[in-house]
Structure formats: structure tokens, C-alpha cells
Design a protein around this ligand. Structure first.
Ligand code: SF4
Length: 350
């Protein structure tokens, strides 16, 4: 597995003070413009690679950021350079009043993109309110198109609901693109590759394969389980030729279109082709902790400051200081050097 040949140069010492104005940057000069906000750690699925069958000890409601706190923080983040917000979970559609929150966030000047990552279970019912509230993009997690395998991996008999939800969201062109994210795992995904490629040609969905990452709650991940993006690309290319597209610098996905122009496929390869050198992402957990990397081993509490009556100036200084110290990269492929993050995926959000 590859270790990314980083070209980043430290522009400031870890101990030096970050710039107190201008765009949000880290000491390697990366601009942090993409904020992932988890609305809850709860989920109505029990995906094998994410959490145990009985679920996890959920955060009590009092420990979750309120909508007022979320709106205040996102307004501040947008003031200092964030341009994209993605709402995640657990499963964000379980948070009551989600369309109202989206309407409030959608009204924030300077916010260019407001998206949602969902397992799609409630999408048929929520598509219209989400569109009317101003959602602009959506990511639906779906690892298989086989009913029995879906039930085996999510511990829910719900494939039909997710597919119905996708069909419903198609009716709202204001939500575009519709991305479908499939976690790629060796011994599970191989049979799904061509059916997903066919789906990309049949439907207006951008199908993306995401390499399995060590964020599982039971900590059993290992490299042998990773089915690399390149392996999948070769299978699809042999089936129907793919043409590489020009991606945005900070794009996590390597995107392709079929030679005849019908259908779009992407590969998100954090394990085999890490993309930390162009990372523009930070995360806010449902309990108000700022995470500067998906694989952070520590958080910076904004919740504590908020509830202690901190000013926006105090919050901004704390955010800038934490982001300045953002991790250079993940160490997944560096054996003992890799330390598992202090939270599992459902407690961080995608
Ligand atoms: S591992 Fe961390 S630094 Fe690398 S791309 Fe992901 S969030 Fe960014």
C-alpha cells in the first residue's frame, strides 16, 4: 500500500501562533474550506464495518449541539473561510427538525454548498422537505445491490427503501449531484463492481467506491480487507472503457466517465493513494468537538467554550489554533506508527 509522497512544506512551527485573520489555514498552507458536521451519533442501521449489533452508548441529547449552537458555529466558520458544509451522523436524518436546520444553514451568506450524507432509509419521505429547505447535494451510502447481502452487512432488510429514496430524490434537480458511496471490501465488493457500473449508466448517480478504512468500532480492520480503487477501476475499464476527468485539487475522488459519456464512476482511495497533501477538510462532532483529521487521536472542545459563554473571538482563536496544528497526514500504512483514532466512524461522521 502506498505512502503518499508529500510535497507539503511546513510554513510555520507547530508552536508558533497561527494567523489571526484571513482564510483558515494550517501550518502547511492548506486552506480548510470543507466542514463536516455530525448531527448525531445514532443510527438506524448496524453496518458490520461500523458498529456492533446492539449499537453504541448513544450521546444523551443534552450533550448534542443545539440547532442554535450549530448555526452560530457554522456562521463563524463561514466567516473565516469555510465554503462547503456536509451534514453527517451517525445517521443525520434521525435528527428531528433536519429540514428546518438546513433552511437556516442555507441562508448563511458565503456558504456555497450544503450537502448531506445519509443511509437513505428515510429519503423517500424526506426528499421534498430537504429540497424545499435548500439542500444542494447528497451522498447516499450503499454498499450492495443484492437484498440478502444488504441485510447481511447492515443488519436491516432495507435495500428497497434506499433504492426508493434514490428514485425520489431524482425528482428534485435542485439537489445535484446525487452521489452513491459504496465501501469497497475484499471478499464482499467484487461481485458488486459491474452491477454498480451498470447503475451509473442507467441512473443519474455518481457511483463512488471508497476503500475500507480503520474506523470500525470493533477495531478489527486490516489491510488485507482493502480492495483498492485501482483494482476496481481495472475491472470496470475492461468491461467498458473509462476516461479520466479533471478533478478539483481537493477532491477526494478520482473521477471517470465512460468513453461513450454515459455514467460517472469515482474512486476514493485513502489507503492505497492517500490525498492528505490537498486535504481541505475539518470536522465538528455532534457533541461540539473540532477534529482536524478523520484520524485525529484528540479533539478540541468548542462545546465547552460555547456553554461557558465564550465570545466569537474566543471561538475563532481556538479554531485557528487547532487548525494550525492539523495533522500532516494519516499513518494507516505505517504499521505500528498508526494509532487508531479516539472515535469510531459513527461518532465522527464521514
Ligand atoms: S486522513 Fe486526515 S489529513 Fe488525510 S485526507 Fe483524511 S482528514 Fe485529511
Amino acid at each position: 500500500m502506498a505512502v503518499e509522497p508529500l510535497v507539503l512544506v511546513e510554513k510555520g512551527a507547530l508552536t508558533s501562533e497561527p494567523p489571526q485573520s484571513g482564510p483558515l489555514v494550517d501550518r502547511f498552507g492548506r486552506h480548510l474550506e470543507d466542514l463536516r458536521v455530525s448531527l448525531t451519533d445514532r443510527c438506524n442501521f448496524r453496518c458490520l464495518y461500523c458498529m456492533p449489533e446492539e449499537g453504541l452508548p448513544w450521546m444523551p441529547d443534552a450533550q448534542l449541539l443545539t440547532f442554535d449552537e450549530i448555526e452560530r458555529l457554522i456562521r463563524l466558520f463561514v466567516e473565516i473561510g469555510v465554503r462547503e458544509v456536509r451534514l453527517t451522523g451517525g445517521e443525520p436524518t434521525l435528527r428531528a427538525g433536519l429540514p428546518d436546520l438546513i433552511a437556516r444553514l442555507g441562508a448563511i451568506r458565503g456558504l456555497e454548498s450544503l450537502s448531506l450524507t445519509t443511509n437513505g432509509f428515510l429519503l423517500k419521505h424526506l426528499s421534498r422537505p430537504l429540497a424545499e429547505a435548500g439542500l444542494t447535494r447528497i451522498n447516499v451510502s450503499l454498499d450492495t445491490l443484492v437484498t440478502e447481502k444488504f441485510e447481511r452487512i447492515t443488519r436491516r432488510d432495507a435495500l428497497h427503501r434506499v433504492l426508493e429514496g434514490l428514485e425520489e430524490i431524482e425528482r428534485y434537480p435542485s439537489i445535484w449531484p446525487i452521489k452513491v458511496n459504496a465501501v469497497a471490501m475484499r471478499g464482499f465488493t467484487e461481485e458488486e463492481i459491474i452491477p454498480f457500473a451498470e447503475l451509473a449508466r442507467r441512473k443519474p448517480y455518481h457511483i463512488r467506491f471508497i476503500e475500507f478504512m480503520p474506523l470500525d468500532a470493533d477495531g478489527t480492520w486490516n489491510n488485507d480487507q482493502v480492495l483498492s480503487g485501482e483494482e476496481i477501476r481495472q475491472v470496470i475499464h475492461a468491461w467498458r472503457p473509462l476516461v479520466r476527468l479533471q478533478d478539483d485539487t481537493s477532491s477526494t475522488s478520482r473521477n471517470y466517465v465512460f468513453e461513450d459519456g454515459i455514467g460517472r464512476i469515482g474512486f476514493i482511495n485513502p489507503v492505497s493513494e492517500p490525498f492528505c497533501s490537498t486535504c481541505n477538510r475539518i470536522r465538528l462532532t455532534a457533541d461540539g468537538q473540532l477534529r482536524t483529521c478523520l484520524f485525529s487521536v484528540e479533539d478540541t472542545s468548542l462545546m465547552g467554550l460555547l456553554r461557558a459563554g465564550a465570545s466569537n473571538g474566543d471561538l475563532e482563536r481556538t479554531i485557528r489554533s487547532a487548525v494550525w496544528r492539523k495533522e500532516l497526514k494519516h499513518h494507516i500504512n505505517e504499521g505500528a506508527f498508526f494509532v487508531r483514532p479516539n472515535r469510531s466512524m459513527s461518532q465522527i461522521g464521514g
